[in-house]
Design a protein around this ligand. Structure first.
Ligand SMILES: C[S@@+](CC[C@H](N)C(=O)[O-])C[C@H]1O[C@@H](n2cnc3c(N)ncnc32)[C@H](O)[C@@H]1O
Ligand code: SF4
Length: 348
């Protein structure tokens, strides 16, 4: 692939969003102007608490995924959704408010909060209301990824005018109708491209910087020959805070077929996975797991409920079960945990 593309400002490789060295520092500093004061204060707080130890356990997770629905209208070929056996449903407002209330208490420790899990978040008709609730609770960096099928003009307008969403990733895997529709089974190429174009056009018309729009293509065998065409098609349309995101396809913790391109396979020796010290994912019905790749909730730690005396997220984060998982990783025994035993995406 053409390395030069990476330096063209708004075209990024997913795995290089946090670049090492001077270039990374420059990038982080220039991006500060798009950060809210809470987001900046949070980054400084986490750094101070961690004291250069990546595995120091902070009082609360840094990245949280809230799956407001696990229903989907597509069956994409690289996604675990089509083989998911969990019961399907939508998160209700009471549970969402309960979760957000606790996140708000610890917002200085949060880097970002994704309003999605496995499934299509825009299928939850309360999505826009939930984003506003999170914003009013001053949750930093609220974002989501959508397949774009339900991103109508009305919904795009509301997402922009509310100004509550930090970033929207629109999944557009392919530059041609043939490729896109062979990957994103059930979607219509023309309609989704029109929805994405309208989103960035409306933002410009309304003079808004938020939400930042990331037009995402997964780098995989089916799309590899279309990456340049994808960039050429979208780059001229981008607004100031928009970007093209080339994300490498992965195995979702070893739970889907491995179709990664060779250049993205790592030969590094495996170590404890930092996800267990950073991440928390919550399903639509309140199950809590340790990693966003654990979409089948094999590592479910506990459940959070809208009401009652059950544990809070902070209790679950420091619970015996979660600590036991961390100890297994520290001792190099990740093969005793599923899906960690077959995972290819362990984080450093
Ligand atoms: C599971 S989807 C849920 C959100 C939404 N339905 C969508 O398609 O954007 C979350 C993200 O995972 C990405 N994704 C799906 N399968 C993947 C895989 N095997 N490797 C890497 N990313 C994947 C999607 O492109 C999307 O950006
Ligand atoms: S990638 Fe998103 S749209 Fe495609 S099947 Fe998975 S959840 Fe649905």
């Amino acid at each position: 692939m053409n390395e030069g593309r990476v330096t063209r400002g708004q075209i990024k490789y997913f795995s290089r969003t946090v670049e090492p060295g001077l270039r990374g520092q420059v990038r982080r500093i220039t991006q500060l102007r798009y950060r809210t004061p809470t987001e900046v204060a949070g980054a400084v707080t986490r750094k101070a608490l961690r004291r250069n130890d990546k595995f120091r356990l902070l009082p609360f997770p840094q990245a949280v995924h809230i799956e407001i629905t696990n229903q989907c209208n597509l069956a994409c070929v690289m996604c675990p959704y089509p083989v998911m056996e969990r019961e399907k449903g939508m998160m209700d407002e009471a549970l969402f408010r309960r979760i957000v209330g606790e996140l708000s208490d610890h917002r200085l420790l949060l880097e970002n909060v994704a309003i999605m899990g496995l499934g299509e978040p825009m299928l939850n008709p309360r999505l826009e209301d939930f984003i506003v609730i999170a914003h009013e609770a001053r949750i930093p960096n609220v974002y989501l990824s959508t397949n774009g099928t339900a991103l109508t003009e009305k919904r795009a307008r509301r997402l922009i005018e509310d100004g509550a969403l930090g970033r929207i990733i629109i999944s557009l895997d392919g530059a041609s109708k043939e490729t896109y529709e062979s990957i994103r089974i059930g979607a219509n190429f023309e309609r989704v491209m029109e929805n994405a174009e309208r989103m960035i056009r409306l933002k410009k018309e309304l003079g808004r910087l938020r939400p930042h729009v990331s037009l995402q293509i997964l780098a995989m065998p089916q799309t590899e020959s279309e990456l340049d065409a994808f960039c050429e098609r979208w780059a001229p349309l981008l607004g100031e805070t928009d970007e093209i995101l080339i994300k490498e396809v992965d195995t979702f913790g070893g739970q889907v077929d491995d179709i990664r391109l060779d250049e993205f396979k790592s030969a590094k020796p495996r170590i404890a996975c930092r996800q267990l010290w950073k991440d928390m994912s919550i399903s639509w019905d309140g199950r809590v797991t340790v990693c966003c790749k654990d979409v089948f909730y094999k590592l479910e730690v506990d459940r959070v409920a809208a009401e009652g005396d059950g544990p809070g997220l902070k209790d679950i984060w420091r619970s015996k079960t979660w600590q036991a998982y961390r100890r297994l990783h520290e001792g190099g025994h990740w093969n005793r945990m599923k899906p960690c035993d077959v995972c290819e995406e362990w984080a450093v």
